[in-house]
Design a protein around this ligand. Structure first.
Ligand code: PLP
Length: 357
């Protein structure tokens, strides 16, 4: 795979690029995309960069019926001196393979996938927005394309990467969200697909999200699917709590998705000598810490928002207001540092940033 050359077909017409204040999230796509095919017996083949276009699929394709698909999400950033930086892309390709393993999708060559991504970004470099807080969101994904209604791992797949310029997540500066603790629905359970980044987990989450939105909450906090007792994660983010000077986050228990941001935050905290503990935690004890005045901060972590401070939890008909509903100093410092590293403004002692040349 490593030696395969990527065939490039350039688009003859270039789309108009949006103004930076019209970017939003995930609705605008660049001029090109990457595709390669998998055929049983042959492996992954025909890697190519082609003009962005619809894909034509047989209605019997297995992805439509049984959801055999995985995805990733990461970003490219344009620095002030026009360098293009990726943040830990190897971690995303590693995780893609972990998801592949769970969904019975054949492994990809991780190094080749990063290389393909770099070539695609180079072709569409002009699409990377430069305004503060903006970036190029990268969506690699794999779908089962074999036309067959039987339930089995497919014999054919497509691996596709698309790119979407995205606006600043926080238009008026980093600000806290309100979260409803979910007591009825479950996203996944241990042994399920929670540790894989796969569409089905999101399909399962929509109903709870809809109910929470109607009540004025922007996301849900998932508890474990069995007892609804242990804290798992928030929407598409991992979750952290600062309690009495220590930072706590749920340990990877077999149903939580291991975020690249989560891993980076833990390393940053250790680097700063701030105590950080990965452990099983209950909503009950968070409430107790809140009642005792020890719950200092809470925040979610993920590629899209990087850090999302949590100003309020709604749990069992009670409002748990954290830090007066304002962004806490630790969340702010983590946000500034991580986005600074990602944008090449702050030194990167971890070697996380990879330049696209
Ligand atoms: C992608 C995702 C995250 C965050 O992962 P990052 O690598 O930090 O972006 C957290 N939870 C779920 C369910 C996810 O799908």
């Amino acid at each position: 795979m490593k030696d395969q050359t990527i065939n490039v077909t350039l688009s003859t017409e270039k789309k108009q690029k949006p103004q930076s204040d019209q970017l939003g999230f995930g609705r605008i796509f660049t001029d090109h995309m990457f595709i390669m095919d998998y055929t049983e017996g042959q492996g992954w083949h025909d890697p190519r960069i082609v003009p962005y276009q619809p894909i034509i699929l047989d209605p019997a394709c297995m992805v439509f019926h049984y959801g055999q698909t995985v995805f990733e999400g990461l970003k490219a950033y344009l620095t002030k001196d026009e360098k293009v930086l990726l943040f830990r892309p190897d971690k995303n390709m590693q995780r893609l393979n972990k998801s592949n393993e769970r969904l019975c999708i054949p492994q990809i060559d991780e190094e080749f996938a990063v290389e393909a991504l770099k070539q695609l970004i180079t072709v569409d470099k002009e699409w990377i927005p430069s305004a503060e807080g903006t970036s190029l969101y990268i969506r690699p994904f794999i779908i089962a394309t074999e036309p067959f209604l039987g339930v089995a791992p497919a014999k054919n797949y497509q691996f596709i990467i698309i790119l979407s310029p995205v606006g600043s997540y926080y238009k008026e500066g980093i600000s806290p969200v309100k979260i409803a603790v979910e007591n009825e629905f479950a996203r996944t359970v241990k042994g399920g697909t929670g540790t894989a980044k796969t569409g089905g987990n999101y399909a399962a989450s929509l109903k709870a999200q809809e109910v929470a939105t109607a009540k004025g909450y922007s996301q849900v906090l998932w508890l474990d699917g069995v007892e609804k007792k242990y804290i798992e994660e928030v929407g598409s983010m991992n979750v952290f709590f600062k309690i009495n000077g220590e930072v706590h986050t749920p340990s990877l228990n077999g149903s939580i998705l291991e975020g690249v941001t989560r891993n980076s935050i833990i390393q940053l905290l250790k680097h700063w000598d701030i105590p950080v503990v990965e452990r099983r935690m209950t909503m009950e004890e968070i409430y107790q810490a809140y009642s005792d005045g020890l719950l200092e901060e809470a925040f979610g972590t993920g590629t899209a928002a990087v850090i999302s401070p949590i100003g309020e939890f709604f749990w069992r008909d009670e409002k748990v207001v954290i830090n007066n509903g304002e962004t806490g100093p630790l969340a702010k410092k983590l946000y500034d540092t991580l986005t600074g590293i990602q944008n090449g403004l702050v030194s990167d002692p971890f070697g996380w940033v990879v330049e696209v040349k």
